[in-house]
Write a protein that binds this ligand. Structure first.
Ligand code: MLT
Length: 331
């Protein structure tokens, strides 16, 4: 070894040792500054709403503020890539979801993250049944009429979604396959929060959206629910028939929202975050806020890191083929 390379090697070893020490120190005092939880969609949508409700209680447990930062774009993949590349120190997290983690790999050939290997799973924060909703004056009043109208008028119907690969996009790909409809006019938004505003305003015709976003608007009669893709009706939406009742028993799908950190999060930081999420979902007031919106609270096994890994693996497998067949390829 030359003097130069020996010096370089010693320097690298010293940097590695000091990094290890600082990681250890951070883990011991964690958290000693505010945590950022990224939301890869606009404010007011289901990802944002669930992130805000859950993080409010988590921050009490952790003794530090959790700041929600909404940065939308490319179906949430830009921000998700940013979190994958962040320092694994527990100060940058993401409220990931079915779109960003399970759908994107099939649609973005140059995706800059691997949803399985580039993240440390914390846990599932909410399971979100999908509802097919239309604007108030859409010329159909139930799922059978909706399917008949869309099949007869594919050029007239506008579908809103939250970007290629979003949950709204993905679950409508499955719906279109079930209906035997190839293509509809699609309008991409930065999240289904703003998309829902336009659905209420009548600028677009329909969406496949997560219930968390929709419950107040359905209850107020501002949009019409054609069917919910669950085996049974939801208690908070007793008047919304299931897709089985509407003649589409095979359209059964729920989204999910889950907290991830970058890969390599120290185990003790991961454990503190898992515990904070558990406490949030076990808190009666937090649980009720989510449940009142129709969000299904995962049990402790389902929401644990291993449960999240299982849901992710299941949906990566489920969505791969139908999404690749759409030919809707992002950058
Ligand atoms: C989605 O469709 O992926 C979400 O609804 C996006 C959002 O939270 O706005």
């Amino acid at each position: 070894m030359t003097t130069l390379t020996r010096r370089a090697a010693l320097g690298a070893a010293a940097v590695a040792a000091s990094l290890a020490m600082s990681n250890g120190a951070q883990a011991q005092g964690y958290p000693n500054k505010p945590i950022t939880m990224m939301v890869a969609f606009a404010a007011g949508g289901p990802t944002d709403v669930i992130a805000r409700i859950v993080s409010e209680h988590m921050s009490k447990t952790l003794g530090q503020q959790i700041i929600i930062e909404n940065v939308a774009g490319a179906g949430g993949t830009t921000t998700t890539a940013r979190v994958a590349a962040a320092a694994p120190d527990g100060y940058t997290l993401i409220m990931g979801q079915m779109g960003t983690h399970a759908a994107a790999p099939a649609l973005y050939p140059n995706l800059r993250y691997n949803p399985v290997t580039d993240f440390t799973p914390i846990g599932v924060a909410g399971i979100t049944p999908i509802v097919i909703v239309t604007k108030k004056d859409f010329p159909a009043n139930n799922l059978r009429e909706f399917v008949a109208y869309v099949k007869a008028n594919p050029d007239k119907v506008n579908q809103a979604h939250a970007g290629i690969g979003s949950t709204a996009f993905t679950t409508c790909v499955l719906l279109k396959a079930q209906m035997g409809v190839q293509k509809l006019n699609a309008v991409a938004y930065r999240g289904t929060g703003p998309a829902l505003n336009d659905l209420v305003g009548g600028q677009v015709d329909f969406m496949c959206d997560q219930v968390t976003n929709l419950t107040p608007q359905i209850t107020a009669g501002n949009v019409k629910a054609m069917g919910i893709a669950t085996p049974a009706r939801l208690a908070v939406l007793p008047n919304v028939p299931t897709t089985t009742e509407g003649g589409m028993p095979d359209y059964q799908i729920s989204g999910w929202n889950a907290i991830f950190g970058p890969k390599g999060l120290p185990a003790d930081i991961q454990a503190r975050l898992v515990d904070a999420l558990d406490k949030a979902l076990e808190d009666p007031a937090t649980n009720k806020r989510l449940a009142d919106l129709g969000t299904v609270i995962p049990n402790k096994t389902e929401r644990a890191p291993a449960g999240l890994a299982a849901i992710l693996a299941r949906d990566l497998a489920l969505l791969d083929k139908p999404l690749r067949e759409t030919g809707a390829v992002g950058q």
